[in-house]
Design a protein around this ligand. Structure first.
Ligand code: SF4
Ligand code: SF4
Length: 738
């Protein structure tokens, strides 16, 4: 060993020892913080599916490749990071000896070939990512940049380290070529040979370059160890467990569809026994999230994909799902010293720690602990109420997140505490909640008018109990029963089912609200009250039937989601379909035949709770495709898609009980969506949800375009094609003029 190698070896060992010590300390701190969260036993089942999903999402980058250029570039960087870690290991042999290499595989041609090409593509990948970050700098693009609010130096630092380590790898190889110590032929390592041909024949340069490579890598470890909230770096390790422990492994759209039940100490809360002095009602303090919630916050890469798709953020509201997650993460880690010392409030608000326990806690941590989780700037809150109440629970953030963070669950958990314990929520929503409690529907309409929509139809709509047997229970929903526009959809669906010979029955006055708006606003008590009543009614209606024959068709995606995905939490197991699914089936099987083409172009707005939350994208398009050309076209022929469609559809603004709240900040979400729909030039905007219908109709009318553009349900579009005017008027039982 020469004198240069003695120095490089000592320096490499010293910096590595410091880095390893700091990393171990940082990992222990992160584990301790995550363990502060509440238990969640639901995350440990189905390990095979969890493992498969984790491998598919990480190795295959299945979620990131939707953003194809970024996804591909990130894939090469990720693979480069994993494979080239071996080359960092190799550098430890090279600081000792310029001819050193990895034992066993070091001289293997295939190893040389793979690492060479992964290194080359890794450099291309990281340069692309740096270019994308630079092109989207917040100071250039402002709010439109997905990096607005991200800690930019951390992103640049991580990317610069990756680039530098890759470049040092080729320099080391180049010096080996120049000194004739390189094992791999030119065909296996062309870039290394090209670099080597331009370098001097200096043997010790291999050891010096290897030391620089180790120093850069260890500096990265030291920096991230001193910044445990540096998600842009830590996600390289935390993404694996975060994806493994996601809510619905193996299912598309994890974290969407059903909400998590309200949990206390790892168990779902039953309101018949719940006690706010003993049970946790929602989340009032950051440590009341589950450990998975705290893992979510720690894993955020600050990529801003969620932010770029969020309807609230895109219309000038203070909510960004990324900034919300970052605020919770920073708060959790800043408060952690106080919590780890035994601090925290019990459910009656009393401090749990003794003065002695808190005596050595940093004043900054004590100050952080005093911050209310929800509070405006004056109260020093972590999350502003305007942020919390801006969410439509559309799920665009969850859909886009490459590391499967479950934003909607966290937002609703915080709402639950605000509503149930603090009674703090936008006051206008109070009317809706009172109507739900007193009348069983958000409009406060009399229950005995639930069947009024059937008047004037030229066939009988049977009630459950009046008919011997029925195939489908037609769940009408409150909008479908009481709201004028939605009633047309209800009549159209009933007419089409009757036309197709489907046997169905309604509950009529036996139906009450599914509970969706109560649950999304955070009032789990009212939700459970309504849901239990409905589950009881439905179980009675389907008595004696197996689950496959407990079929329900719903026109409202919120009811569809709640009945199909959430009533199981309360003992109600049903096969629920959306009317567009059933209509698509009836058209495909020839039970309904569209004959009249639709004029003027049709576009389709995906309702969040039908599309993203439940992956029903194709059936409404199939129905529209068949109707547009009067049954002669292909599945989607003639449908004009909006730029944001299917998984990336833009919310109408009504979800998450926002339908019942004023929209005071920024541009109205429905106006934004209507402008997009109108930009397609289509004269018909088809919808599959009564709330979307209301919001988009309001948007069109607000723009004074009611004469040019019609917002109408998919069922009505189909009915017009199956039963053209004037016959339709008789079927719908009311005038058909627009
Ligand atoms: S659910 Fe929708 S509105 Fe709420 S934070 Fe996510 S993207 Fe924004
Ligand atoms: S998409 Fe996920 S990882 Fe990216 S900023 Fe949003 S929450 Fe963080």
């Amino acid at each position: 060993m020469g004198s240069v190698q003695i120095v490089t070896t000592i320096l490499a060992a010293a910096i590595t020892a410091v880095a390893v010590w700091l990393v171990v300390r940082a990992v222990m701190k992160m584990v301790a913080v995550i363990r502060l969260g509440q238990p969640d036993p639901s995350r440990f089942g189905d390990q095979v599916s969890r493992t498969k999903t984790m491998l598919a999402e990480t190795a295959g980058h299945t979620r990131m490749l939707r953003w194809s250029v970024v996804g591909a570039a990130h894939w090469f960087v990720m693979v480069g990071f994993i494979v080239l870690s071996l080359l960092v290991l190799e550098a430890y042999f090279e600081v000792v000896s310029p001819t050193g290499g990895l034992p066993l595989i070091g001289g293997w041609g295939l190893y040389g070939l793979v690492t060479e090409w992964i290194g080359i593509l890794g450099i291309v990948g990281i340069v692309v990512l740096i270019a994308i970050r630079l092109a989207n700098r917040p100071n250039r693009a402002g709010r439109r940049s997905r990096f607005t609010g991200s800690t930019m130096w951390q992103g640049y630092f991580v990317e610069a380290v990756v680039l530098a380590v890759l470049i040092m790898g080729f320099l080391i190889r180049g010096f080996k070529v120049a000194t004739d110590h390189f094992e791999y032929p030119t065909w296996a390592a062309p870039l290394s040979h090209a670099v080597g041909s331009a370098l001097p024949d200096w043997e010790s340069a291999v050891s010096v370059a290897a030391l620089i490579k180790i120093a850069i890598s260890m500096t990265w470890l030291i920096v991230i160890s001193l910044n445990v909230t540096m998600g842009v770096a830590w996600h390289r390790f935390l993404a694996f467990p975060n994806i493994f422990f996601k809510r619905k492994p193996g299912a598309a759209g994890s974290g969407l569809g059903p909400l998590r039940p309200m949990m206390s100490d790892g168990k779902p809360l039953d309101f018949e026994e719940a006690d706010p002095e003993k049970d946790q009602f929602g989340v009032a303090h950051v440590e009341q999230f589950t450990w998975k919630g705290l893992l979510d916050f720690s894993t955020c890469t600050e990529c801003g994909r969620c932010q770029s798709q969020c309807p609230a953020w895109n219309t000038g509201k203070p909510l960004s799902p990324k900034l919300l997650v970052l605020s919770l993460r920073d708060h959790a880690y800043a408060k952690a010293p106080y919590l780890l010392a035994g601090g925290g409030k019990d459910l009656t608000g009393e401090e749990k720690a003794t003065a002695a326990q808190l005596a050595h806690v940093d004043v900054l941590a004590l100050a952080e602990a005093e911050k209310p989780l929800i509070g405006d700037a004056e109260a020093g809150g972590v999350i502003d109420p305007d942020v919390l109440w801006s969410c439509t629970t559309c799920g665009a953030c969850v859909e886009q997140c490459p590391v499967d963070i479950e934003h909607v669950d966290h937002i609703v958990d915080m709402r639950r505490y605000q509503v149930l314990i603090e009674s703090s929520f936008p006051s206008e929503a109070g009317v809706m909640l009172r109507n739900l409690e007193n009348k069983g529907n958000p409009w406060g309409a009399p229950q005995n008018t639930r069947e009024d929509w059937t008047k004037g139809l030229d066939f009988e709509v049977p009630r459950v109990g009046e008919v011997e047997d029925f195939e489908y229970l037609f769940w009408v929903g409150c909008a479908g029963a009481f709201e004028d526009r939605a009633k047309k959809t209800t009549r159209a669906v009933a007419t089409l089912l009757n036309e197709a010979g489907v046997s169905f029955a309604i509950l009529g006055e036996g139906e009450t609200c599914s509970g969706d708006p109560a649950r999304r606003i955070g009032n789990e008590f009212v939700f459970q009250m309504l849901a239990q009543q409905n589950v009881e009614t439905l179980n009675e209606a389907f008595e004696g039937r197996e689950k496959a024959k407990r079929k329900i068709v719903a026109t409202c995606p919120h009811c569809f989601n709640t009945l199909g995905n959430e009533y199981g939490q309360l003992g109600g197991e049903f096969e629920v379909v959306h009317h567009t699914q059933l209509l698509a089936h009836l058209v495909a099987t020839g039970k309904l035949t569209p004959v009249q083409p639709v004029d003027g172009g049709v576009t389709y707005h995906d309702p969040c709770y039908l599309g993203r939350h439940n992956r029903v994208f194709a059936p409404p398009r199939e129905v529209l495709g068949s109707a547009i050309n009067g049954g002669t076209g292909g599945a989607d022929s003639g449908l004009v898609e909006m730029p944001r469609n299917s998984e990336r559809s833009f919310c109408c603004g009504a979800g998450g009980a926002r339908m019942w709240m004023e929209e005071r900040i920024g541009k109205r979400i429905n106006v934004d969506r209507v402008e997009e729909a109108m930009s397609t030039g289509a004269k018909t905007v088809a919808v599959g949800c009564p709330f979307c219908s209301t919001m988009l109709n309001d948007g069109v009318n607000g723009k004074g375009a009611g004469e040019q553009v019609e917002v109408v349900d998919v069922a009505s579009v189909l009915l017009r094609s199956v039963k053209p005017e004037p016959a339709r008027g008789a079927e719908e039982g009311e005038p058909v003029a627009r």
